[in-house]
Design a protein around this ligand. Structure first.
Ligand code: LMR
Length: 392
């Protein structure tokens, strides 16, 4: 079967981790995959998560299947998180990670809406792959302006005006991956108004809730869409804010025009999930539900989440300061303006290759640096190497 088949290219992000693990050099740094690390370079299990797991070990009494869309309690807690309160015209399915949510949404959009999907230029490397694999045609709308290192607001809004009815537009709720450039509340309102006027739907990728400003402030995009009354989807991930990466814990929420429409959407969510993965893996969802239903655990979790966000903000400031001190030929203030885990550094593909080959520093080809991977132990080395790459 495989004799005349070319190997598939390595994954743009997870492939880097594979290469990093094989790299025998001692002073190596992985700033590729978006995984939070503490000051010692570890990705910790949050204390709130550990406490919930202990409780589950004692109290969980079956490993029988979950319902196709997961436990109702999980769906309710997810809605409280993403909307502030449960919503009667929304239905939520527990999915295997945010990626599972995106794939289910893509399948439903292909069946019930248009086959054309619009993503920002640039976007998360896996978005395009997921939507293409679901048989959708993927097109790009302008988003990031490399010259200003900011939103290309004119290009963005005028492109959205041209998108035909029934097409779907992917938007990043907060912490745009990879650029770190987010929309303001006014811009979100404008986007939602254009969607309502032109009749296209949206899939809002909410993978970083709590990593931008706060759990509440990061909802502005979702709130703008909710107010507009249009049909849209929200893909949530608890990889980052609960640190549940390998537990593959996500959710897909379909918001419909009415509670009756939401019931119809729920039936199709079930039918779609059933033929892809049947029903979701339980453990991560049970952790999230246990934490969110318990006021003590949930306030402990919120403190831990705030702590991760604060550490990333400090790492951003230290990176900007360190690069300036090492004489990089650019104004580094954009690094502290960007939101989320990543800094879209502006490094070229050649500079990225230099860093990987000569310095054993791994970052994504687009120049995206995982700021959450910087530690007091590697910051000086990274700043020195990036300055050398830029000044060559
Ligand atoms: C990332 O963007 O690095 C993360 O979302 C991890 C992944 O699966 O790519």
């Amino acid at each position: 079967m495989w004799k005349n088949v070319e190997s598939a290219p390595a994954d743009a992000i997870l492939g880097l981790t594979e290469a990093f693990k094989k790299d025998p050099r001692f002073a190596k740094v992985n700033l590729g995959v978006g995984v939070y690390k503490d000051e010692e370079g570890h990705t910790p299990i949050l204390a709130s998560v550990k406490a919930a797991e202990k409780r589950l070990i004692d109290e969980e009494n079956t490993k029988s299947y979950l319902p196709i869309t997961g436990n109702e309690a999980y769906g309710r807690e997810v809605q409280k998180l993403i909307f502030g309160a449960p919503c009667d015209r929304a239905v939520t399915a527990h999915t295997p990670g945010g990626t599972g949510a995106l794939r289910v949404a893509a399948e439903m959009l292909r069946t019930f809406s248009s086959k054309t999907f619009w993503v920002s230029k640039p976007t998360w490397a896996n978005h395009t792959n997921i939507f293409k694999a679901a048989g959708l045609t993927v097109k790009e709308y302008p988003y990031y302006n490399p010259a200003s290192k900011n939103l290309d607001s004119e290009g963005f809004l005028s492109a959205l005006e041209q998108i035909p009815a029934n097409d779907c537009v992917l938007l990043h709720a907060c912490c745009h991956n990879p650029s770190g450039v987010d929309l303001s509340a006014d811009q979100w309102k404008q986007v939602a108004q254009i969607a309502a006027k032109n009749g296209w739907s949206a899939l809002v990728d909410f993978a970083y809730q709590g990593f931008g400003e706060s759990l509440e402030a990061d909802r502005i995009g979702v709130e703008a869409f909710l107010e507009s009354g249009i049909d849209f989807f929200i893909a949530s991930s608890f990889s980052k804010n609960f640190g549940l990466y390998r537990e593959r814990t996500g959710a897909l929420t379909a918001v419909a025009a009415s509670p009756a429409d939401a019931e119809t959407a729920a039936s199709h969510l079930k039918a779609t999930a059933r033929v892809i993965y049947s029903n979701p893996p339980a453990h991560g969802g049970m952790i999230v539900t246990t934490v969110l239903q318990d006021s003590k655990l949930s306030s402990r979790w919120k403190n831990e989440l705030n702590g991760m966000r604060d550490r990333i903000a400090q790492a951003r400031a230290a990176l900007a300061e360190g690069l300036t001190a090492h004489g990089v030929p650019m104004d580094c203030s954009f690094i502290t303006r960007q939101k989320g885990m990543f800094s879209f550094s502006g490094l070229t593909k050649e500079q990225v290759a230099f860093l990987r080959e000569e310095k054993a520093i791994y970052i994504v080809d687009s120049g995206r640096i995982n700021v959450a991977g910087l530690t007091p132990g590697n910051l000086g080395y990274v700043c020195d190497a990036v300055a050398e790459a830029m000044n060559r």
